[in-house]
Design a protein around this ligand. Structure first.
Ligand code: MGD
Ligand code: MGD
Ligand code: SF4
Ligand code: MO
Length: 862
């Protein structure tokens, strides 16, 4: 097979990928130079997709309980249990919990079944945890969930403000585009994030504001814009409806104090804004995942509307999506708070949807939002739930409660590609879904661009498309007519037709020109953007009077971050891992960047809590506690800690972030405030610590702390605990074993080889003298490493220590880069690339390399 054009399954940048199969389950991956989203570029995650398409851990056939079942048995059972629950307790007793990682076709069929045929609004999605505040802000300001910008605007802007976005890690190809624009045109960059991320490190100005003080910052900027004659009176008069008293009620705030930033920095921000009318404000989870998320979004949008910085090249508020199809899910109506195709729940809209679907019923109104849905489940109100393409036992706030909810639901169906997830443990029925490279349909990216995901691998085992399973259940529930789709093309045509049905220009989402597409045209469909490059360029908004709205935002005591003296817990992402690691966790290359979940903390705060760099600490909140490796860094504000979301029960004994956040949420969007939870921290002092390297995946060790990641030739398990460390030898595989035990110092070292090839190695110590991991890991790919060298943990003739891997594409360590910079007086990231290749492939590590250069603010700490 030659190269197949498809779309990356990770973030909402939506990069075009060309996948060329090189074997049954292997493929060469490269960026699609013709795709407008990425023009050939890919980040580290996209570049290494080929390492994640094997069959390891896949669910290959349906399961009922612990037993393999046929599709017929499983689908009949689901239809029967959902029908019985509806008959006995009504349609609101059942629910779907879907995901921005489903294709639009899957999503469309699920939404149609729930809202139009079962007749309840109870379908929500993990986008509730991700995009719902931005959706609510768009609807309040524009009348419809429309993103006003395109990536082209990043090329044309003179000032880019990133709010609550670690773009360099989470949207790396957008980041590369921003960097290119800065180089070409001198675009100014401001980053607003309590942490000094690698994104912030590269900015012209970084405002490390106190958590959740964005409303004050943007309200202050709006007032400043008014004071300095920056308001666009004509735009306001012609295109915006301004509520009475809006300007009079703008609170007068001491912004620098509230945000806890230097007044000169605040002034510099204001001056940059005044000097650069072409401003794009790009925002993501630091805005959305907040109890003030919707107001934060509207504070940003208000500013752009009032200054007329919208609907023009290089200007606008730009909410970027997280998941590959977060936007598509919003389009079809996958959120409990929209009906379908950007329609709400008015009588007219419900009637219109019912006539279009020719359905027996239609839901009466919105359904339960994710957190409310799980709370209802915990109270026994939900009798059957179907979870697709998401892992809520990990990703919901207060994940322990989410598990209680799942355990309390009499019938749980889980559709996933992976056999065992933390969520599927609670499933009565497991359905094997097609994964990336197998599934076939469309996704919509951050700039409203619809692209095809095309299959290039044969479906393994009995895996089937999610839409097919939902349609089959719909048919078996007696809804034969609505669900006889021949394939994704026919679903797409129906969805496209629905977007245009009785639309007459009232909704910007209108794909009806695609409703007559033939199957072959659908297969060949090139990426296209609905709404055009700039949906509001014509200065008309999809509201009843065609005007946008300024939204008054009441300032609340919760916006005043400065006065709070408790420790705040912030959570987020690592550059090379994706969510619960079911896919990126399979890639040895991607697993090198961060091998353990770290709790990052400021040096002063670490000192006052008695924490040591590299030691362990227990983070406790009202919901639960978890143990993490301590990383002391001045990139954190004082009294704030940051932990990653990626580790699960499958990959960690205690490093579980999901247990910590509470379910406090934005009152309008229902999105949880994942980024700001009161917490405490204390040192965790194990009696011993160490690590285990194995060729095969080890059983979970029985000790207080363990975390597991992939290596090039197997697995690395970090361990720490109490009791006799010698018992850990039971974790080693069988083979020729060499051991060294020093009971007095509490040292255990063991290595197991089979026919000269390493199969296991264990290093434990009570006094912390552990050898570096990298050389030992590499020995698992070598033959006949002398036993003495293994037990010593280093070669007889030592190779230089490369330090932690920075560039995963060329396998270059931090110490190698620092040495090259010093020896060859390198001054730029390009010079480092030319000298030692680092940073010259996917480019994801370029911000990290920049940090090591002599000009960097941070290089002294490196
Ligand atoms: N590598 C990688 N990339 C991903 C993902 C992944 O798992 N891994 N997931 C994808 C998904 S689904 C999503 S939603 C996106 C998320 O992309 P981002 O939103 O960029 O990622 P996060 O790390 O969740 O959070 C962004 C930043 O918000 C900051 N923040 C916290 N509180 C506040 C605050 O009160 N105000 C401000 N201004 N900032 C604050 C945090 O310190 C953090 O640096 O990433 C997508 N891309
Ligand atoms: N504390 C904290 N919690 C958070 C966040 C945070 O920043 N902090 N971020 C939130 C956000 S923004 C998000 S998006 C969520 C993400 O959280 P989740 O959605 O729970 O995370 P994933 O690991 O992406 O789960 C996707 C699952 O779907 C499976 N899958 C992949 N493709 C398919 C498919 O085509 N069909 C089916 N049926 N299954 C498939 C994968 O194997 C995996 O098990 O986490 C949220 N939770
Ligand atoms: S930026 Fe990276 S993860 Fe996001 S779509 Fe592009 S290649 Fe995939
Ligand atoms: Mo997300």
């Amino acid at each position: 097979m030659s190269g197949v054009r498809t779309t990356c399954p990770y973030c909402g940048v939506g990069c075009g990928v060309i996948a060329t199969p090189t074997g049954e389950r292997t493929a060469a991956i490269k960026g699609d130079a013709d795709h407008p989203a990425n023009r050939g570029k890919l980040c580290s995650k996209g570049t290494h997709l080929g390492e994640t398409i094997g069959l390891e851990g896949r669910l290959l056939h349906p399961m009922i309980g612990a037993k393999r079942a046929s599709w017929d048995e499983a689908l009949d059972l689901i239809a029967a249990r959902f029908s019985a629950a509806i008959a006995e307790h009504g349609p609101d007793s059942v629910a779907f919990y879907a995901s921005g990682q489903m294709l639009s076709e899957d999503y469309y069929v699920a939404n149609k079944l729930m809202k139009g045929f079962i007749g309840t609004g109870n379908i929500d999605t993990n986008s509730r945890l991700c995009m719902s505040s931005a959706v609510a802000a768009h609807v309040r300001a524009f009348g419809e969930d429309v993103v006003p910008c395109s990536y082209d605007d990043l090329d044309a802007a003179d000032l880019i403000i990133l709010v609550g976005s670690n773009t360099a890690w989470c949207h790396p190809v957008i980041w590369q585009r921003i960097e290119a624009a800065r180089k070409a045109r001198g675009t100014k960059l401001v980053v607003i994030d309590p942490r000094r991320t690698e994104t912030a490190e590269c900015a012209d100005l970084h405002l490390a504001i106190a958590p959740d003080t964005d409303v004050a910052l943007f309200t202050g900027l709006l007032a400043e814009a008014q004071r300095r004659w920056q308001l666009d009176g004509r735009y306001l008069a012609e295109c915006v409806s301004v509520p009475a008293g809006f300007w009079k009620d703008l609170p007068k705030l001491d912004v620098a104090r509230i945000c806890d930033i230097a007044p000169e920095d605040l002034r510099a921000f204001y001056d940059l804004f005044v000097a650069h009318p072409r401003t794009v404000t790009l925002f993501s989870q630091g805005v959305n995942q907040s109890v003030r998320g919707t107001d934060k979004g509207n504070a940003v949008i208000n500013l752009h509307l009032a200054t007329g910085r919208i609907g023009k090249p290089g200007a606008g508020p730009f909410s970027i999506t997280g998941q590959p199809n977060a936007m598509g899910g919003r389009e079809v109506g996958g959120l409990a708070s929209t009906l379908a195709a950007h329609m709400g729940f008015s009588d007219a809209e419900r009637d219109r949807a019912q006539r279009f679907w020719r359905s027996p019923t239609i839901c009466a109104g919105p359904g339960l939002k994710a957190v409310d849905l799980f709370n209802a489940m915990a109270r026994g109100k939900i009798k059957a739930v179907w979870i697709m393409a998401t892992n809520p036992a990990v990703s919901m706030p207060d994940a322990r409660m989410a598990r209680v909810a799942l355990a309390n639901c009499p019938f749980v169906v889980v559709s996933d590609c992976i056999a065992e997830t933390d969520t599927s443990l609670y499933a009565q029925v497991k359905l094997p879904a097609l994964g990336w490279g197998e599934k076939d349909g469309t996704v919509t990216n951050s700039e409203r661009r619809v692209s095809r995901q095309r299959p290039f691998l044969a479906p393994p085992g009995e895996t089937r498309a999610d839409w097919w399973a939902v349609a089959e259940v719909g048919r078996r529930m007696g809804f034969a007519n609505g669900f006889d789709f021949a394939g994704p093309a026919s679903i797409f045509r129906e969805f496209a037709a629905q977007t245009g049905f009785e639309n007459e220009g009232s909704r910007a989402l209108d794909l009806s020109d695609k409703a007559g597409l033939g199957d072959a045209d659908y297969d060949a469909m090139a990426p296209f953007q609905w709404g055009g490059v700039s949906p509001f360029a014509e200065r008309r908004y999809p509201t009843s009077d065609g005007r946008a709205r300024l939204v008054p935002i009441a300032f609340s005591p919760r916006d005043d971050g400065g006065r709070d003296t408790r420790l705040r817990l912030n959570t987020g992402r690592y550059r090379d891992q994706w969510h619960t690691m079911t896919r990126t966790g399979l890639s040895p290359t991607l697993s090198q960047h961060r091998r353990e979940p770290l709790v990052e903390i400021h040096p002063d705060t670490a000192r006052s809590y008695g924490l040591n760099d590299g030691g362990l600490a227990r983070v406790t909140t009202a919901q639960g506690n978890s143990i993490f490796r301590v990383a002391i860094t001045s990139s954190m504000r004082r009294r704030e800690v940051f932990v990653p979301i990626h580790w699960t029960d499958k990959t960690s004994g205690a490093g579980r972030t999901g247990l910590l956040p509470g379910d406090d949420r934005d009152p309008i969007s229902g999105q949880p405030g994942f980024k700001n939870t009161p917490a405490t921290i204390a040192p965790f002092k194990p009696e011993w610590s160490g690590f285990l390297i194995t060729r095969d995946r080890p059983v979970a060790p029985d000790c207080a702390y363990w975390t597991l990641v992939r290596t090039a030739h197997g697995w690395l398990t970090e361990i720490a605990g109490k009791g006799d460390p010698a018992m850990l030898r039971a974790l080693l595989p069988t083979g020729e074993r060499a051991e060294m035990i020093d009971a007095r110092r509490g040292v255990v070292r063991a290595a197991v080889a089979v026919d000269g090839i390493m199969h296991g190695a264990l290093f434990v110590s009570r006094i912390g003298d552990l050898p570096p991991r990298e050389w030992l890991i590499a020995q698992f790919g070598a033959t006949d490493t002398p036993t003495m060298e293994m037990l010593a943990g280093r070669p007889a003739k030592p190779a230089p220590d490369r330090g932690p891997i920075i560039c995963v594409c060329f396998d270059v360590g931090m110490k190698t880069i620092i040495a090259a910079i010093a020896e060859r007086s390198l001054m730029t990231v390009e010079a480092v690339g030319a000298a030692i290749n680092a940073g010259t492939n996917c480019g994801s590590c370029r911000p990290a390399i920049a940090k090591l250069l002599p000009a960097s603010k941070d290089s002294a700490h490196a």
